[in-house]
Design a protein around this ligand. Structure first.
Ligand code: PGA
Ligand code: ZN
Length: 426
């Protein structure tokens, strides 16, 4: 479909709250025929190579986390510069903002300011033509909907427990559709709630930042066993619903000694690789994300060489959705899959470039939310537009998480027989 040629008339922004109760940026693009609104998420276990999230640092507001500078950058500097551009010309809009910022990491105007406008212009373009956002991002006759990766137990920096591993995910690859996969994941979530409460007491069903349970456990295996039992309890087999983890290993890495502390044990990179391998054997892990710290390309390559035939080794903090770093990972054969987060790089078109680079190399693509997120379901459209293999957007619970799953249900309904499900690929 041709892009919308309506011109941008104005842009405006405001400070709103994310799911953790911290401020974030929401922006609107007004054109001669439509309005597009978008808001940006924010991570906790951020990669050190991510684009800059501009925060005020003024301790009198939001403990220094205010985003009034980013908001004002939109209202006073970027917005006026976008006036007159075609809202459907995503690349031109993004390039204009990248040039205006002038730094390699969007540190001057803020990736949070730039991304909010980039997303809002995509929406304004779709709205102006009364088409869905996914169809505007990439026109196609058929679309493939992603396998939901649902984070049902939270640890690491997302929870107040002792679990070293940050995320424990269920992946209903055996569903017939994305909607059915969402139902299966939600059923497992409820089964898990019962199992955790009966084994570990009522305190075990409190939830973490991404809506998964945050039980007072300290052992990786106890989490995985509870989930495997919940899958059985919900009436599913190991082939229908696979398991995955996001170690977010930079959060438990000690650079001075080149060791990792997992389950209170200190491990060398090769011992940690053995640990993941045994978990993979015992629980049939389909995905392992960020098994090592963010600059350890060699350790990533070693585990990909060992497990990559059966397991998706996903790079998140190591790549930060940056084509330069992904290319480096390809040369090193560091992983066979990539995590994609819009706000790690800061524009829609650079995010699309990262996805297409990975797909050309036949890597699996996982479109992801952040642990601090909003009710904006943008990533459901991004994942559908590009036929991502997976979408990772938290537990099937809490508003900001189900906003994305519910949008996928709507998209699948809209597409009808034009939709297929990525679960078949596994
Ligand atoms: P973050 O975590 O949003 O806190 O960075 C998500 C992830 O590591 O995948
Ligand atoms: Zn991650």
């Amino acid at each position: 479909m041709a892009k919308n040629s309506a011109r941008i008339v104005a842009a405006r922004a405001r400070e709103i709250l994310d799911s953790r109760g911290n401020p974030t940026v929401e922006a609107e693009i007004l054109t001669t025929s439509s309005v597009g609104r978008a808001s940006v998420p924010s991570g906790a276990s951020k990669g050190k190579h991510e684009a800059v999230e501009l925060r005020d640092g003024d301790a009198t507001r939001f403990h220094g986390k205010g985003v009034t500078k980013a908001v004002s950058n939109i209202n006073r500097i970027i917005g006026p510069r976008l006036k007159g551009l075609e809202c459907g010309d995503q690349r031109r809009i993004d390039k204009t903002m990248i040039r205006l910022d002038g730094t390699p990491n969007k540190g001057k105007l803020g990736a949070n300011a730039i991304l909010a406008l980039s997303m809002a212009s995509a929406r304004a373009s779709a709205n102006g033509d009364l088409v869905s956002l996914f169809a505007r991002m990439r026109a196609s006759k058929r679309y493939t909907l992603p396998v939901p990766m649902m984070n049902v137990i939270n640890g690491g920096e997302h929870a107040g427990n002792e679990l070293s591993i940050q995320e424990f995910l269920v992946e209903p690859v055996g569903a017939k559709s994305c909607g059915e996969a969402i139902r299966m994941g939600a059923e497992v979530y409820q089964s898990l709630k019962g199992i955790l409460a009966s084994r570990y007491g009522k305190g075990a069903i409190n939830v973490g930042d991404e809506g998964g349970f945050a039980p007072p456990l300290g052992k990786t295996r106890d989490s995985l066993t509870s989930i495997a039992d919940a899958i059985k309890d919900a009436g599913y087999g190991e082939k229908q619903i696979r398991l995955g983890i996001d170690a977010a290993a930079s959060t438990f890495y000690n650079q001075t000694t080149d060791t990792y502390v997992v389950d209170r044990k200190s491990m060398t990179p090769s011992k940690l690789e053995d640990f993941y391998t045994s978990l993979s054997d015992e629980y049939g892990l389909l995905t392992i994300e960020d098994p090592f710290s963010e600059d350890s390309f060699d350790s990533f390559a070693a585990i990909t060489g060992r497990l990559g035939r059966t397991t998706k080794i996903i790079g998140d903090d190591i790549y930060v959705t940056n084509v330069g770093r992904i290319r480096k990972g390809m040369r090193a054969k560091a992983t066979n899959a990539v995590l994609i987060k819009l706000n790690q790089i800061g524009t829609v078109s650079e995010t699309e470039d990262a996805i297409e680079l990975a797909q050309r190399a036949r890597w699996s693509v996982v479109v992801s939310h952040r642990s601090g997120d909003t009710e904006d379901p943008f990533i459901a459209h991004l994942a559908t537009a590009f036929g991502a293999d997976f979408i990772k957007t938290g537990a099937p619970a809490r508003g900001e998480r189900v906003a994305k799953y519910n949008e996928l249900i709507r998209i699948e309904e809209e597409l009808g027989s034009r939709a297929s499900y990525a679960g078949r690929r596994f």
